[in-house]
Design a protein around this ligand. Structure first.
Ligand code: NBP
Length: 476
């Protein structure tokens, strides 16, 4: 046995991760259900490092140094279980099975518990950054035991992206913590993309800018607080012209956004762990709405105002306001994501370093941005920060941005430009900072029709009013 690690599942992600390990000097055993993929990997990239190709599972396992490190990179769901069932009988106690696929964290918890009974470590690992990240350095979010991380972590850290010499990989927490955090990463990614799309829409329709002009605006924004991979690629997309028609590329793409499911999981899970994430939820719903072409066709006759785009200095001012609204909404969406991680950590007993999550998202992954360094600093200053909005710097920035933010949402509403992300983020900001919420009325309604009781602001205890009788109040 000569291989430090084995990768089974050699589609785009597995093949690139295997190459990444090999390029970093590790001997990598490689296996795929269909051997043609293994052969093509060796033919095309065998020269990049030390590979041990195996066609039979037993040969693959025999090639691994002990404790064995076996990484599964197959389609998430049933295929992952099938591969676990196939390989686990060939393993020994102390061996480590790593699932780098996009598993649901509940599946990871189940698999980890089952394998733990057999003395085998199961490390559910979030891997972000797509195909390119897998090859050149992804952001890696491993869960599982501390013991498994000790034997595996250094290798994952080595192949991960690095920012300022620090690896974008850290032990997130036990069992499903890594896959949970990866899921929230994707949820935040949905929110970020939605906010950028809304900013583009406003610049185009309310500020009258062309896609090429907006590309320049995004390029400029990318040198400030919004500096990020997503802003950078947005500028590139907007500057691109369709080769066939000569039109802006963005105009020839059908306006129905698809989704693979991690955004939906994030929102479903947010409801389960009672974490309010309206920014992420609006983003998931906005994609879903865009795809409902039949609903959109049926609604086309509904009326709304036709407002001409702003011009001159008004347009210039709007551009600056949109930048601030985008940044403020982004802070809010990220704050919601971090709160969701906090809520789950409490519920599932994960000891998650919230600052470290920001640290490992600074590189390799889709939401990589300078901004994550600020989040890391916020948690360094106060590891028990209840919300990022309470951080001194973010709170000051939100205060400075809010006039512009409100102006942008007003412009959008008056100009019939839907901005669910901007609006929901502003509503979240105002709801959190409100002295009193109309939830008091909702609780009273609940007591009225369902005797659900209420608390009073002025006395301890649980109360019910006899709404159908004399309206007297009873201490329950
Ligand atoms: P796919 O998700 O397309 O899966 C293809 C691989 O799964 C092939 O190696 C295939 O083997 C194998 N496989 C299947 Br399907 N059923 C199997 C079974 N019953 N037994 C054994 N192997 C089976 O590959 P991918 O796009 O490289 O993604 C791999 C994982 O990484 C997924 O979980 C994905 O969600 C996750 N991920 C993907 C990205 C991305 O950007 N693509 C990013 C981050 C994470 P075969 O060759 O024999 O058919």
């Amino acid at each position: 046995s000569t291989a430090s690690i084995g990768v089974t599942g050699l589609a785009v992600m597995g093949r690139n991760l295997a190459r990444n390990f090999a390029r970093n000097g590790y001997t990598v055993a490689v296996h795929n259900r269909t051997p043609a993929r293994t052969r093509s990997l060796i033919e095309e990239f065998g020269h990049e490092g030390s590979f041990v190709p195996a066609e039979k599972p037993a040969d693959f396992v025999a090639a691994l140094e002990r404790p064995r490190r076996l990484m599964i990179m197959v389609k998430a769901g049933g295929p992952t279980d099938a591969v676990i069932d196939e390989f686990v009988p060939l393993l020994d106690p102390g061996d480590i099975v790593i699932d780098g696929g996009n598993a649901h964290f509940e599946d990871t918890r189940r698999r980890e518990a089952a394998l733990r009974e057999q003395g085998i470590h199961f490390v559910g690992t979030g891997v972000s950054g797509g195909e390119e990240g897998a090859l050149h350095g992804p952001s890696i979010m491993p869960g599982g035991s501390v013991e498994a991380y000790a034997a595996l972590g250094p290798m994952l850290e080595k192949i991960s992206a690095h920012v300022d010499g620090e690896p974008c990989c850290t032990h997130i927490g036990s069992d499903g913590a890594g896959h949970f955090v990866k899921m929230v990463h994707n949820g935040i990614e949905y929110a970020d993309m939605q906010l950028i799309a809304e900013a583009y829409d406003l610049l185009r329709r309310a500020a009258g800018r062309t896609p090429a002009q907006i590309a320049d605006i995004f390029r400029r924004w990318n040198t400030g607080v919004l500096d990020s991979y997503l802003i950078e690629i947005t500028a590139e997309i907007l500057a691109h012209t369709d080769g066939e028609t000569g039109k802006p590329f963005v105009d020839i793409v059908a306006d129905a956004a698809e989704q693979k499911g991690t955004g939906r999981w994030t929102v479903q899970t947010a409801l389960d762990v009672a974490a309010p994430v309206p920014g992420i939820a609006e983003a998931v719903f906005a994609r879903s709405l865009s795809g409902h072409t039949e609903l959109r066709a049926a609604a086309r006759q509904l009326t709304g105002p036709q407002v001409p785009a702003a011009a001159g200095q008004d347009a210039d001012r709007l551009v600056d306001q949109v930048e601030q609204a985008l940044y403020a909404s982004k802070i809010v969406s990220y704050a919601q994501g971090w709160n969701m991680i906090q809520a789950a950590a409490e519920q599932f007993g994960w000891d998650i370093d919230l600052g470290a999550v920001a640290k490992i998202w600074r590189g390799g992954c889709i939401i990589r941005a300078g901004f994550l360094g600020e989040i890391r600093s916020a948690y360094a200053a106060d590891p028990a920060l209840p919300t990022l909005l309470a951080d001194e710097r973010f709170s000051r920035q939100l205060g400075e941005a809010q006039d512009a933010w409100r102006a942008v949402v007003t412009t959008a509403v008056q100009g019939s430009i839907p901005t669910p992300g901007f609006s929901a983020s502003l509503a979240y900001y105002d709801a959190l900072r409100a002295d009193r919420l109309p939830a008091a009325l909702i609780q009273a309604q609940r007591d009225f029709f369902g005797a659900h009781t209420y608390q009073r602001v002025d006395r301890e205890g649980t109360f019910h009013t006899e709404w159908s009788g004399d309206r007297s109040e009873t201490l329950m």
